[in-house]
Design a protein around this ligand. Sequence first.
Ligand SMILES: [Zn+2]
Length: 337
Amino acid sequence: MRLTFLGASETVTGSKYLLEESGLRILVDCGLFQGVKNLRLRNWAPLPVPADSIDAVILTHAHIDHSGYLPLLARNGFHGPVYCTPGTAALCEIMLPDSAKLQEEEADFANRHGFSKHRPALPLYTRDDAQRALRLMAPRRFDTPVELPHGLSFRFLSSGHILGAASVVMCRNHKVLVFSGDVGRPDDPIMRAPTPLAHADYLVVESTYGDRLHPDSNPQDELERLFSRTFAKGGVVVMPCFAVGRAQEILYYIARLKETGRMVHVPVYLDSPMATSVTEVYRKHLAASALLRDDQKRHVGQQRDRARDAAEPPARLACRIVGAEHQQIGAPFASGL
Ligand SMILES: [Zn+2]
């Protein structure tokens, strides 16, 4: 078995691992490079193998740095199955067309302002390409073996990172190769703790925050302090946060604070169509699955996460959560406010 790192190596985005065995080619994760321009340019470089020679893709989760290259792979001829969990497939249905729309808008902007050296500037991929990729989705449940040719098999193990997120446990001839994917915390308020890994002969592990320790503080207590200080002064809280995972976690904390009387009842706006759609997917999937503990289910999506209505007068006291899935990693959030 041969493993080649095509991304997420000496950088933290663009996750793509090419696994080759007896002529079979499997791509584990299919992510976009994100961040500074030099990294994003790597999305335009051809893969070392033709897209149509890849037999299958296995996705660990839906974040764009793990799934966002799929539309380009599909446009370049890949037509095999994209194995992922049902939660990942549901999130990709929102995120891949959104990513494509962003690419189209960037190209359009460059053409209208003439700052690209390419005439015309073209998008990396389009919404049609995203739809082509979505047609290849082949959802598989957690903990269910999936057989591949040449004696290879794999299963998804819950990694507790975002909805649908999984580690990929691959087996061949009693040897076990594990791709961790992004791993969640054991004490996440929404997701169950990652399923412990019983055994691996080889482990490919994400280590974006591998050199840091989580602070020993409680985010809910911190939010309570921040809200009470701000609202006491008649202020408004504006909170930039990632639209997938983090926005739902914040909504959950706010619901808990309100329910336990630790926060005044101010209107809460989830000011991002994408975060609103994703919250709905979370609500549907988590309510029906064992990923969420019973006492937590009712809090997700309970918050009225209205998109801000221009006709509505601005509330004097309010909490506004600004979805930031488009934000490039490392770019200052302030530029979007
Ligand atoms: Zn992730």
